[in-house]
Ligand binder design. Structure first.
Ligand code: SF4
Length: 339
């Protein structure tokens, strides 16, 4: 499989200043050492509770902020070189034709659209910024993009407020596709939509990924949505990845106690299977002072002394990676404790 992105020990710490001299006294560790390979053509779902680092990771890739340290290696198609974009300046990215290859679709499309602009201009804007296409060719390209997302030429001369939520999200997707990107971050793109419309947008995104050979990072806290659209899933907790596997494997055989707890909250569709809910104690600790050792130990029902002292590393267990000292025993422990 061909890698499109490699995140290496990626960190994002937000400094906290205090005292008379306003010195840095602490930092919020929003991302604290993420290693992740993303493969061309896949849809990688990233899940976890609020504050786990999933949005921080995606925004670092799209260059909405610079990470504190670590690398983001981008392997663009048709380039003989790879680029560490972690600290690359926007003008260098643009000069190398990289900026347009990484795009994002936000949860609420209205915030990314100027209400005084016609749909034609909303979609044309990134094309004008990144290419020399003008006049009739520009309009033809905008129509082509509208048709790709299930809209038509008739929608060119309307304003965004004249559309439904689902149609606005289609316009946002058309705009994101305008520069022929290779990688798209989808940040909760359906969570503001009605359930029936959600399914339409998910199906559209899935077919566009296959048709255009796009790679997605789908960020959400909605497990059934991520199961539906993702080919692989990374589970994050307090700034770290704790488990990553193909979607089917993760749902059929979750290993990390945190993943097991998350999945136990999904109601079973099989009436013969009585699911045991794993209720976690307490709240997610503050990223200002994450716990020593395994960050999950303060809430984990299976924590032992070792977990408080030594941080587990993300280990490969056969196309499936898990960070847990007790990974080989978890299933047995769950069946004993929650039987
Ligand atoms: Fe729980 Fe220990 Fe595994 Fe962390 S390392 S998830 S505390 S059993």
């Amino acid at each position: 499989m061909e890698k499109i992105l490699e995140l290496k020990n990626l960190k994002k710490h937000y400094p906290i200043y205090g005292g008379v001299f306003k010195k840095e006294i602490n930092s919020v560790k929003a991302l604290d050492g993420v290693d992740l390979d993303i493969y061309r053509g896949e849809c990688l779902g990233v899940v976890g509770e609020s504050g786990c680092g999933k949005t921080t990771t995606s925004k670092a890739i799209i260059k909405l902020h610079d990470p504190t340290s670590g690398e983001i290696i981008f392997h663009p198609k048709d380039h003989k070189d790879s680029y560490d974009i972690a600290r690359m300046k926007p003008r260098h990215m643009k000069k190398n034709g990289l900026r347009s290859k990484l795009q994002m679709v936000f949860q609420d499309p209205t915030t990314s659209m100027n209400p005084r602009m016609l749909v034609k201009n909303i979609i044309a804007e990134p094309i004008i910024e990144n290419t020399n296409i003008k006049g009739k060719a520009l309009e033809d390209r905008v129509v082509e993009l509208l048709e790709m997302v299930g809209l038509t030429r008739n929608h060119l001369y309307r304003y965004s407020h004249e559309f439904s939520g689902g149609q606005r999200q289609r316009i946002a997707v058309a705009r994101a596709l305008a520069t022929n990107p290779e990688f798209l971050v989808l940040d909760e793109p359906t969570s503001a939509l009605d359930v029936s419309v959600q399914a339409q947008i998910l199906n559209l995104m899935d077919s566009l990924r296959k048709k255009l050979n796009l790679t997605y990072m789908f960020v959400t806290h909605h497990l059934l949505v991520v199961k539906y659209i993702s080919t692989r899933i990374a589970v994050m907790y307090l700034g770290k990845i704790v488990e990553i596997a193909e979607t089917e494997k993760l749902f059929e055989n979750p290993v990390h106690p945190y993943t097991n707890a998350l999945l136990s909250g999904i109601p079973s569709t099989d009436l013969d299977i009585e699911k045991k809910r794993i209720i976690l104690k307490g709240d997610v600790p503050s990223p200002l002072n994450p716990p020593e050792g395994c960050r999950f130990h303060t809430r984990c029902p299976f924590a032992i002394e070792l977990c408080k002292k030594k941080e587990p590393v993300l280990e490969d267990i056969g196309n499936h990676k898990v960070a847990c000292h007790r990974k080989d025993e978890v299933q047995e422990l769950i069946s004993k404790k929650f039987a």
